[in-house]
Design a protein around this ligand. Structure first.
Ligand code: G3P
Ligand code: MG
Length: 247
């Protein structure tokens, strides 16, 4: 298997239980607890600016309404992305990918960047975001791990910036997915924890792929996956696990 520069523990959506997910406040919260890596979701504004947001719609995590992809960055930048989580986070903004890169490079935080394309936008999203990541995280240094459920996004990311490592996200998992990940040149698969077992993790390792699991919030589940040979866990429960210890 290829060299693996990433730590075992990854804070989900920044550290989205302690602070508003996918905001700089969330990355700071995970970092403060000792997490050396964070997962987050990246998508495109109407004018093709990469920024962090999980949902296609704005209403759950901001004071905006409608589809995020329908607004230019100038409008998205004004939204309050913190008040929904608690009054202490009022005025927290949606971060542009540039702001995440500046924070991550200044603090040494490693990033798993999940590509979240709108409908029919997978290839364009993969291409534009990979190109921007390639500019923002200069070599040498550990680049973000790009992940996606969408083959087309990973394929376009590969063609745009081959040096960036990629991982295939899976809700379920079978042998064809291993071939798919290999044919996309992925270094890892990132699977729903409920889809994994010892045999599948072993097969993936045999195919030269690392295996990560999302979103693992229970100690017993973390220990089970660790016994099966998992290479990393994505968790919301950043105050429940010691990021410097294996489960
Ligand atoms: O990247 C793993 C995980 O974040 C995928 O699911 O919906 O939380 O983005 P979701
Ligand atoms: Mg995600």
């Amino acid at each position: 298997m290829s060299n693996w520069p990433y730590p075992f523990w990854i804070a989900h959506r920044g550290a989205g239980w302690l602070a508003p997910e996918n905001t700089l406040a969330a990355f700071r919260a995970g970092r403060a607890l000792g997490f050396a890596m964070a997962e987050c979701d990246v998508t495109l504004s109407a004018d093709d600016q990469p920024f962090l947001l999980h949902d296609a719609l704005l209403s759950r995590t901001t004071d905006g309404r409608g589809a995020a992809a329908g607004l230019p960055w100038s409008a998205l930048a004004r939204l309050d992305a913190g008040s929904w989580h608690g009054p202490g986070f009022a005025g927290e903004r949606l971060p542009k990918l540039d702001a995440l890169a500046a924070y991550a490079l200044a603090t040494g935080l490693l990033i798993n960047l999940e590509l979240k394309p709108g409908p029919g936008e997978a290839a364009r999203t993969g291409e534009l975001i990979a190109r921007r990541v390639d500019q923002l995280w200069p070599a040498p240094g550990v680049p973000p791990l790009l992940s996606s459920f969408e083959s087309a996004a990973l394929e376009a990311a590969r063609d745009a910036a081959q040096r960036l490592p990629r991982a295939l996200l899976l809700e379920r998992f079978d042998d064809r997915d291993l071939e798919r990940a290999q044919s996309l040149g992925c270094v890892a698969i990132v699977a729903d924890h409920a889809a994994l077992d010892a045999a599948l993790i072993g097969e993936a390792h045999g195919a030269g792929l690392r295996v990560l699991a999302y979103t693992v919030n229970e100690a017993a589940e973390a220990a089970r996956l660790r016994a099966w040979g998992i290479d990393g866990l994505i968790t919301d429960a950043v105050d429940r696990f010691d990021p410097n210890a294996l489960p």
